[in-house]
Write a protein that binds this ligand. Structure first.
Ligand code: FPP
Length: 250
C-alpha cells in the first residue's frame, strides 16, 4: 500500500531561500469596494509590510516583489504618478523599521527611468540598510525579464568584442552573472495573487525550475496565513529538476 502524506503544518527546516511574488489584484480589490484603483495600491502596501515581516520571521533569505513592471508605464499617467508617490512615501516611512528589522534593501530593474525623488529615496534606503544581515528585500521596479535579458546580451556581446570573453565560455553562470539578480539564488517559489496564471515578463531566466503557486486572493487581502499556506504547498511538492522520483527519494 502506498500512502501519500500531505503535510498541513509548516516545516521550519524546509524554508525556501528565495520567494518571489507577483502582487496582483489591487485595482480589482478597490473596484469591489467602490473605490479608486489607488486605494487598492495603498491597501497593497499593508500587505507588503505583512509579507516582509512574515518572510523575516520564518527565515526566508530573499523576498523579491514585483512592484512596477516596464509595461506598467503604459497605465494612465495619474495612476503611474500615484504609484511612484506611494513608493516614495512608503520608503520614507519604513526606512527605520526596515533597519530595526535588519532588512537589507535591493532593487532590480531600470531604476534610472524612475522619477528623481524615487531614485533618491531608494538610494538612501539602500545605503541605510547596506550592512544589515537579515532578510534581503528585492524590489523589482521598472523591471521586465526581457529588458534584463537584452541588457545582459548586450553586455556579453561587448565583452566578446573586447576579447574579455570567448563565445565558448558563455554558459549558464556567465548569463546569470550578467542579470540584475547577480549573486542572488534563483527563487524556489513564485507566488502570484488574484487568480491570474501568468509569469508576465517576471524573472524568466531565474524561474526556470521554480515552483509556481497561484492563489485567488487579491493582493490587499493576502496575509501571513496565506503566505504560510503557499509555503506549506511548496513543501508538499517534489522538486525533481528533470530527474525521476526514485533519484530524489534515495
Ligand atoms: C498589481 O495590481 C499591483 C501593482 C501594479 C503595484 C504594486 C504596488 C504596491 C503594492 C504598492 C507599492 C509597493 C511598494 C513595494 C511600496 P493591479 O493594479 O494590476 O490590480 P488589477 O489587476 O486588479 O487591476
Amino acid at each position: 500500500m502506498h500512502f501519500i502524506i500531505f503535510k498541513v503544518n509548516l516545516d521550519k527546516n524546509n524554508i525556501p531561500k528565495h520567494v518571489a511574488i507577483i502582487m496582483d489584484g489591487n485595482g480589482r480589490w478597490a473596484k469591489r469596494q467602490g473605490k479608486p484603483r489607488v486605494y487598492g495600491h495603498k491597501k497593497g502596501v499593508d500587505s507588503v509590510k505583512k509579507a516582509v515581516e512574515y518572510a523575516g520571521e520564518v527565515g526566508i533569505e530573499y523576498l523579491t516583489l514585483y512592484a512596477f513592471s516596464t509595461e506598467n508605464w503604459n497605465r494612465p499617467q495619474e495612476e503611474v504618478n500615484a504609484l511612484m508617490q506611494l513608493l516614495v512615501s512608503t520608503l520614507n516611512a519604513q526606512i527605520e523599521s526596515l533597519n530595526e528589522n535588519n532588512v537589507k534593501l535591493h532593487t532590480i530593474g531600470d531604476i534610472g527611468s524612475l522619477p528623481e525623488d524615487c531614485i533618491r529615496e531608494l538610494n538612501e534606503a539602500k545605503q541605510t540598510t547596506a550592512n544589515n544581515t537579515g532578510l534581503n528585500l528585492v524590489l523589482a521596479l521598472s523591471y521586465s525579464a526581457k529588458w534584463e535579458i537584452i541588457e545582459a546580451v548586450k553586455q556579453i556581446a561587448k565583452e566578446v568584442k573586447d576579447d574579455q570573453l570567448t563565445i565558448d565560455e558563455i554558459n549558464d553562470t556567465v548569463i546569470s552573472n550578467h542579470l540584475s539578480t547577480k549573486g542572488i539564488p534563483d527563487p524556489e517559489l513564485l507566488i502570484r495573487t488574484s487568480g491570474e496564471m501568468r509569469i508576465s515578463n517576471f524573472l524568466l531566466w531565474q524561474l526556470a525550475y521554480s515552483e509556481l503557486y497561484f492563489t485567488p486572493k487579491l493582493w490587499p487581502e493576502f496575509d501571513k496565513a496565506d503566505f504560510e499556506q503557499a509555503l506549506i504547498d511548496y513543501q508538499n511538492r517534489e522538486r525533481r529538476f528533470g530527474m525521476i522520483s526514485e533519484q530524489i527519494n534515495k
